[in-house]
Design a protein around this ligand. Sequence first.
Ligand code: TXA
Ligand code: MG
Length: 347
Amino acid sequence: METKVIILKENYQRGIEEAGKIIRDGGVVAFPTETVYGLGADALNVNAVEKIFRAKGRPQDNPLIVHIADLNDIEPLVKNIPYIAKKLMEKFWPGPLTLILEKSDNIPDVTSAGLKTVGIRMPSNKVARDFIRETKRPIAAPSANISGRPSPTTVDSCVEDLNGKVECIIGGENSQVGVESTIVDCTVYPPCILRPGGVTLEMLKDVYKEIYIDSAIMKKPKKDFAPKAPGMKYRHYAPKAPLKIIDGDLQKTIEKINEIVQNYIDDKKVGIMATEETKNYYKRGVIVSLGSRKNPEEIAKNLFRVLRSFDDMNVEAIYSEAFEEKEIGVAIMNRLKKAAGFNIEKV
Ligand code: TXA
Ligand code: MG
């Protein structure tokens, strides 16, 4: 299949219209959102949704999030909207928050992977909303990566993963948040965070203080672990080379990583995920800064792009510093730990 890549510039309106038509014709389109790029299809069209699973190589038991452009679009998709969900929508939509609600019969089983619930999200990114509005459909969209790889936050990453596999890729700008949306299950009481993201636990608690984060999320999953967000059980976000997190006092972390890297014969073969504050203290290796520790939002934004860049540089191993698990740091460490397969050394 030939993939049409539309970089939106002066052609903006034409590009959006073209992508909208592809969706109405049952095709799939990768598009930017503020979190990561998504791979969209008409959520109510079984054939179109099946194409998403095929293009990504995604396991059938992993449900898709349904994206809407306007509040009125939610009504036909869910059975009811609990009071707390309404409050969260008012405060955080449009934005990086997905709410799990009871699904209506309109949503086919393939979209919800047979669950009785559905995740709904209203993105804030302008292209995403113009595109969804133009399709006149609810848009099922997982992250636009091949299953298992780090999510794409740039149009180039989408092309890398999906060229020849989907009808169209639109975009140009990089994703602002850089990690996927926060998922809150509103079908249970109190509501529970199934995946940490750009809307933090601290922000959610401001609206409803009983909201909590499923503690199992940050731990290495046991063999028979069945998380409430099915996707959280899969190996994920992983670069090709094995990644190890060195966690502890920054000075000790630098010493430890320097000590490990010392033993590599060729220093171009080992990647180091550093920060602005630490990057000059590493002696060897391919040192890439994720950004400043004073600005964890920047670190979240760069995380997947940096993980992917190590694949391009063909390093044999990657070592990363750790980050404080508060606010957006919870999402950063969740993705980093999964990318590392929970290979963490405390120093
Ligand atoms: O930011 C995002 O959410 C991005 C952009 C494209 O919007 N999308 C995204 O989709 O991250 P995906 O498919 O890569 O991750 C969706 C996660 C999976 O772990 C899936 O298992 C979970 O959401 N999920 C979807 N529907 C669910 C449901 N009804 N109940 C529990 N978990 C659900
Ligand atoms: Mg994903």
